[in-house]
Ligand binder design. Structure first.
Ligand code: COA
Length: 185
Protein backbone atom coordinates (compact mmCIF):
# COMPACT_ATOMS: atom_id res chain seq x y z
CA UNK A 1 0.00 0.00 0.00
CA UNK A 2 1.39 3.41 -1.00
CA UNK A 3 0.11 6.79 0.11
CA UNK A 4 -0.98 8.33 -3.14
CA UNK A 5 -4.63 9.10 -2.54
CA UNK A 6 -6.89 10.76 -5.15
CA UNK A 7 -8.85 13.51 -3.37
CA UNK A 8 -11.41 16.00 -4.73
CA UNK A 9 -9.70 19.27 -5.69
CA UNK A 10 -11.45 22.40 -6.94
CA UNK A 11 -10.30 25.27 -9.15
CA UNK A 12 -12.18 28.36 -10.37
CA UNK A 13 -13.86 26.45 -13.20
CA UNK A 14 -13.13 22.76 -12.61
CA UNK A 15 -13.49 19.89 -10.18
CA UNK A 16 -10.79 17.20 -10.16
CA UNK A 17 -12.21 14.05 -8.62
CA UNK A 18 -11.90 10.26 -8.64
CA UNK A 19 -13.59 8.36 -11.48
CA UNK A 20 -16.60 6.12 -11.01
CA UNK A 21 -17.95 3.51 -13.44
CA UNK A 22 -20.76 5.97 -14.32
CA UNK A 23 -18.11 8.07 -16.12
CA UNK A 24 -17.59 5.41 -18.82
CA UNK A 25 -19.74 7.04 -21.58
CA UNK A 26 -18.19 10.52 -21.07
CA UNK A 27 -14.68 9.06 -20.93
CA UNK A 28 -15.32 7.10 -24.13
CA UNK A 29 -16.42 10.34 -25.83
CA UNK A 30 -13.00 11.89 -24.98
CA UNK A 31 -10.77 8.93 -25.87
CA UNK A 32 -12.61 7.75 -29.01
CA UNK A 33 -11.93 11.10 -30.74
CA UNK A 34 -9.08 10.68 -33.27
CA UNK A 35 -8.03 14.32 -32.68
CA UNK A 36 -7.45 13.59 -28.96
CA UNK A 37 -5.59 10.33 -29.73
CA UNK A 38 -3.42 11.69 -32.53
CA UNK A 39 -0.30 11.79 -30.35
CA UNK A 40 -1.44 9.33 -27.68
CA UNK A 41 0.47 6.06 -27.27
CA UNK A 42 -2.53 3.90 -28.26
CA UNK A 43 -5.34 3.84 -30.84
CA UNK A 44 -8.69 5.63 -30.30
CA UNK A 45 -11.07 3.66 -28.10
CA UNK A 46 -13.95 1.94 -29.86
CA UNK A 47 -16.18 0.59 -27.09
CA UNK A 48 -17.46 1.51 -23.64
CA UNK A 49 -15.52 -1.54 -22.44
CA UNK A 50 -12.27 0.41 -23.13
CA UNK A 51 -13.51 3.16 -20.81
CA UNK A 52 -14.58 0.67 -18.15
CA UNK A 53 -11.15 -1.00 -18.28
CA UNK A 54 -9.43 2.34 -17.65
CA UNK A 55 -11.83 3.16 -14.81
CA UNK A 56 -11.30 -0.30 -13.26
CA UNK A 57 -7.56 0.36 -13.36
CA UNK A 58 -8.20 3.71 -11.67
CA UNK A 59 -10.38 2.07 -8.97
CA UNK A 60 -7.60 -0.46 -8.25
CA UNK A 61 -5.15 2.45 -7.97
CA UNK A 62 -7.47 4.18 -5.46
CA UNK A 63 -7.71 1.00 -3.36
CA UNK A 64 -3.92 0.59 -3.30
CA UNK A 65 -3.30 4.37 -3.23
CA UNK A 66 -0.72 3.61 -5.89
CA UNK A 67 -1.84 6.01 -8.64
CA UNK A 68 -3.61 9.37 -8.70
CA UNK A 69 -6.20 9.49 -11.49
CA UNK A 70 -8.51 12.47 -11.67
CA UNK A 71 -11.55 12.97 -13.83
CA UNK A 72 -11.73 16.64 -14.88
CA UNK A 73 -15.24 17.98 -14.52
CA UNK A 74 -16.66 21.40 -15.49
CA UNK A 75 -17.80 22.96 -12.21
CA UNK A 76 -20.68 24.80 -13.90
CA UNK A 77 -22.33 21.75 -15.48
CA UNK A 78 -20.79 18.65 -13.87
CA UNK A 79 -19.75 17.36 -17.33
CA UNK A 80 -16.66 15.13 -17.35
CA UNK A 81 -14.34 16.63 -20.00
CA UNK A 82 -10.99 14.92 -19.45
CA UNK A 83 -8.48 13.07 -17.34
CA UNK A 84 -5.32 13.91 -15.41
CA UNK A 85 -3.07 11.14 -14.12
CA UNK A 86 -0.12 11.08 -11.78
CA UNK A 87 1.34 7.62 -12.12
CA UNK A 88 4.53 5.55 -12.20
CA UNK A 89 5.44 6.77 -8.73
CA UNK A 90 8.95 6.04 -7.51
CA UNK A 91 8.53 6.80 -3.78
CA UNK A 92 12.19 6.51 -2.76
CA UNK A 93 13.14 9.14 -5.33
CA UNK A 94 9.97 11.22 -4.85
CA UNK A 95 9.01 11.34 -8.51
CA UNK A 96 6.18 10.35 -10.84
CA UNK A 97 4.93 10.83 -14.40
CA UNK A 98 2.02 13.00 -15.52
CA UNK A 99 -0.51 12.29 -18.29
CA UNK A 100 -3.56 14.28 -19.41
CA UNK A 101 -6.21 14.69 -22.10
CA UNK A 102 -9.21 16.94 -22.64
CA UNK A 103 -12.12 16.48 -25.04
CA UNK A 104 -11.33 18.49 -28.18
CA UNK A 105 -14.40 20.72 -27.75
CA UNK A 106 -12.69 22.06 -24.61
CA UNK A 107 -9.26 22.94 -25.98
CA UNK A 108 -8.04 26.54 -26.11
CA UNK A 109 -9.83 27.67 -22.95
CA UNK A 110 -7.09 27.20 -20.39
CA UNK A 111 -8.78 24.23 -18.70
CA UNK A 112 -5.73 21.98 -19.02
CA UNK A 113 -3.45 24.66 -17.54
CA UNK A 114 -5.89 25.13 -14.65
CA UNK A 115 -6.22 21.39 -13.98
CA UNK A 116 -2.51 20.61 -14.23
CA UNK A 117 -1.51 23.53 -11.99
CA UNK A 118 -3.78 22.19 -9.26
CA UNK A 119 -2.62 18.59 -9.74
CA UNK A 120 1.03 19.68 -9.65
CA UNK A 121 0.50 21.68 -6.45
CA UNK A 122 -1.06 18.58 -4.91
CA UNK A 123 1.87 16.42 -6.04
CA UNK A 124 4.56 18.73 -4.67
CA UNK A 125 2.89 20.01 -1.52
CA UNK A 126 0.65 17.17 -0.33
CA UNK A 127 2.40 14.11 -1.78
CA UNK A 128 5.79 15.72 -1.13
CA UNK A 129 7.21 14.79 -4.53
CA UNK A 130 10.34 16.44 -5.85
CA UNK A 131 10.03 15.80 -9.58
CA UNK A 132 7.34 15.21 -12.22
CA UNK A 133 8.17 13.80 -15.66
CA UNK A 134 6.32 13.96 -18.99
CA UNK A 135 7.00 12.11 -22.21
CA UNK A 136 5.39 13.66 -25.29
CA UNK A 137 5.51 13.43 -29.08
CA UNK A 138 7.57 16.40 -30.38
CA UNK A 139 4.81 17.16 -32.93
CA UNK A 140 2.30 17.61 -30.09
CA UNK A 141 2.77 21.38 -29.91
CA UNK A 142 -0.31 22.00 -27.71
CA UNK A 143 1.05 19.59 -25.11
CA UNK A 144 4.58 21.06 -25.27
CA UNK A 145 3.19 24.60 -24.91
CA UNK A 146 1.10 23.50 -21.93
CA UNK A 147 4.10 21.95 -20.17
CA UNK A 148 6.34 24.93 -20.86
CA UNK A 149 3.65 27.33 -19.62
CA UNK A 150 3.72 25.41 -16.34
CA UNK A 151 7.52 25.59 -16.06
CA UNK A 152 8.52 22.12 -17.30
CA UNK A 153 11.93 22.05 -18.97
CA UNK A 154 12.94 20.03 -22.00
CA UNK A 155 15.47 17.47 -20.79
CA UNK A 156 15.92 14.92 -23.52
CA UNK A 157 15.02 13.46 -26.87
CA UNK A 158 14.48 9.78 -27.67
CA UNK A 159 14.06 8.94 -31.37
CA UNK A 160 11.63 6.20 -32.44
CA UNK A 161 10.57 5.31 -28.93
CA UNK A 162 6.97 4.32 -29.81
CA UNK A 163 5.31 2.37 -32.62
CA UNK A 164 1.80 3.75 -32.84
CA UNK A 165 -0.72 4.61 -35.58
CA UNK A 166 1.42 2.57 -37.99
CA UNK A 167 4.66 4.51 -37.57
CA UNK A 168 7.60 5.03 -35.24
CA UNK A 169 7.26 8.16 -33.10
CA UNK A 170 9.87 10.14 -31.16
CA UNK A 171 9.69 11.34 -27.55
CA UNK A 172 10.63 14.65 -25.96
CA UNK A 173 11.27 14.27 -22.23
CA UNK A 174 10.14 17.10 -19.96
CA UNK A 175 10.76 17.50 -16.23
CA UNK A 176 9.48 19.82 -13.52
CA UNK A 177 11.26 20.10 -10.17
CA UNK A 178 9.49 21.28 -7.06
CA UNK A 179 11.98 24.12 -6.70
CA UNK A 180 11.25 25.38 -10.25
CA UNK A 181 7.55 25.33 -9.33
CA UNK A 182 8.00 27.15 -6.04
CA UNK A 183 10.34 29.74 -7.59
CA UNK A 184 7.58 30.70 -10.04
CA UNK A 185 5.18 31.70 -7.26
C1 COA B 1 -2.61 18.75 -24.47
C2 COA B 1 -3.96 19.43 -24.27
C3 COA B 1 -4.57 19.00 -22.93
C4 COA B 1 -3.74 20.95 -24.25
O1 COA B 1 -5.00 21.60 -24.17
P1 COA B 1 -5.09 23.19 -24.38
O2 COA B 1 -6.52 23.53 -24.38
O3 COA B 1 -4.25 23.59 -25.55
O4 COA B 1 -4.35 23.73 -23.10
P2 COA B 1 -4.85 24.83 -22.08
O5 COA B 1 -6.07 24.36 -21.39
O6 COA B 1 -3.72 25.21 -21.25
O7 COA B 1 -5.27 26.02 -23.00
C5 COA B 1 -4.30 26.87 -23.56
C6 COA B 1 -4.94 27.69 -24.65
O8 COA B 1 -6.14 28.28 -24.13
C7 COA B 1 -6.04 29.73 -24.22
N1 COA B 1 -6.75 30.24 -23.05
C8 COA B 1 -8.01 30.77 -23.07
N2 COA B 1 -8.39 31.09 -21.85
C9 COA B 1 -7.38 30.78 -21.01
C10 COA B 1 -7.20 30.89 -19.61
N3 COA B 1 -8.16 31.37 -18.81
N4 COA B 1 -6.02 30.45 -19.09
C11 COA B 1 -5.04 29.94 -19.87
N5 COA B 1 -5.17 29.81 -21.22
C12 COA B 1 -6.33 30.23 -21.78
C13 COA B 1 -4.56 29.99 -24.29
O9 COA B 1 -4.30 31.22 -24.93
C14 COA B 1 -4.07 28.82 -25.12
O10 COA B 1 -4.44 29.05 -26.47
P3 COA B 1 -3.44 28.75 -27.67
O11 COA B 1 -3.27 27.24 -27.68
O12 COA B 1 -4.18 29.25 -28.86
O13 COA B 1 -2.18 29.46 -27.36
C15 COA B 1 -4.95 19.07 -25.42
O14 COA B 1 -4.38 19.50 -26.63
C16 COA B 1 -5.26 17.59 -25.49
O15 COA B 1 -6.07 17.07 -24.73
N6 COA B 1 -4.63 16.88 -26.44
C17 COA B 1 -4.90 15.48 -26.66
C18 COA B 1 -4.31 14.59 -25.61
C19 COA B 1 -2.82 14.74 -25.54
O16 COA B 1 -2.15 14.87 -26.56
N7 COA B 1 -2.29 14.70 -24.31
C20 COA B 1 -0.88 14.79 -24.08
C21 COA B 1 -0.26 13.50 -24.39
S1 COA B 1 1.09 13.24 -23.33
Amino acid sequence: MSNYATPILTTDRLTLRPFTLDDAPDLLAVFSDPAVMHYWSSEPWTSVRDAEAMIEQALAGYREQSEVRFGIELAATGQLIGALNLHRFFPRNRRCEIGYALGSAHWGKGYASEALATGIDYAFHELRLNRIEADIDPRNTASGALLERLGFRKEGYMPERWFVHGEMADTVNYGLLRRYWDERK
